[in-house]
Write a protein that binds this ligand. Structure first.
Ligand code: NAP
Length: 278
């Protein structure tokens, strides 16, 4: 293999046709004038080990990983970052020159970078955070909230057991609350996050009453289709500072892009427009 091949990256999952990463990476490659390509690849679970062995030989420098491979790639990687093991999933693989596969999870980074960019006055240590949902995405959110110094995380999920499991993993800073009483845990919260899929196009609406919100609270939704979910609209009407979930998707992609292509891309209004296709 020669070292002057055009670098290739991509996203592996099944399905992958919904992924916005190809638009995003192609936009950045063009904008930064980098010769490279980013390719969506629909890969079955059975083929995953073989595919991961073959990709570096084909000129791939790394891949993003989406459902259903985020957990299984951890077993196939040679190096797993602490945050990826803590979260139990990876979304970014780097194929190193020494042949080893490095697995990382950048969702938490993307989540915090989005809030810092769009709500610069947000002070996470100032008060408790409320997290709705205890699925795959919630793990990265809880880990990152702990990392930025949130003093207490009030976690609530329809299936209480999943929230209990996260409390057992993340420790005493996390408290678990009944989903039917989710509206009662908002008092004095500094940060409120929806990590459920409620409110997403095609899914049921988010119906937890938000009258307990204090004006000035930072409220964010991981759902970004639609961009302004009802949850965000209600929070805004209550005087809260709201940040949509698209920025998380864009920011989580920047560390992988930099490792693969050697330049750190910016997340700007133009980046958002490129991904939204406007
Ligand atoms: P997941 O593992 O399937 O978890 C789904 C969560 O939604 C669980 O907490 C689930 O509760 C809850 N839920 C689903 N239907 C519900 C209902 N009818 N009533 C109450 N709760 C319900 O999914 P995920 O990977 O965590 O993703 C969650 C959302 O975040 C998705 O919309 C995804 O697109 C979005 N996301 C966005 C980004 C971004 O970059 N912005 C990144 C990752 C994920 P149960 O445990 O009770 O089922």
């Amino acid at each position: 293999m020669t070292d002057n091949r055009i670098p290739l990256a991509g996203v592996i999952g099944s399905p992958v046709d919904h992924s916005r990463s190809p638009q995003l990476f192609t936009y950045w490659l063009h904008k930064l004038g980098i010769a490279g390509h980013y390719i969506p690849m629909d890969i079955s679970q059975n083929d995953l080990p073989e595919v991961l062995k073959a990709l570096p030989k084909m000129g791939f420098v790394g891949v993003n990983v989406t459902i259903p491979h985020k957990e299984s790639v951890l077993k196939l990687a040679d190096i797993v970052t602490d945050r990826a093991s803590l979260i139990g999933a990876a979304n970014t693989l780097i194929f190193r020159k020494d042949g080893r596969i490095h697995a990382d999870n950048t969702d938490g980074y993307g989540f915090i970078a989005n809030l810092r960019q769009n709500a610069p006055d947000w002070a996470p240590a100032r008060g408790p955070a409320v997290v709705f949902g205890a699925g795959g995405a919630a793990r990265a959110i809880i880990a990152s909230l702990i990392e930025v110094g949130v003093p207490e995380i009030r976690l609530t999920n329809r299936t209480r057991q999943r929230a209990e499991t996260l409390r057992a993993e993340f420790g005493a800073r996390v408290s678990v609350h009944d989903w039917v009483q989710a509206g009662n845990i908002l008092e004095d919260a500094a940060t409120v996050v929806n990590t459920t899929s409620l409110g997403m196009t095609g899914k049921p609406e988010f119906r937890v009453p938000l009258d307990g919100l204090t004006p000035g609270t930072l409220v964010t939704d991981l759902v970004y289709t639609p961009l302004r979910t009802q949850f965000l609209q209600d929070a805004e009407a209550a005087g809260c500072i709201t940040v949509d979930g698209l920025g998380m998707l864009l920011h989580q992609a920047t560390p992988g892009f930099e490792r693969w292509f050697g330049q750190r891309p910016d997340v700007t209004d133009d980046t958002r427009a490129a991904v939204l296709g406007s």
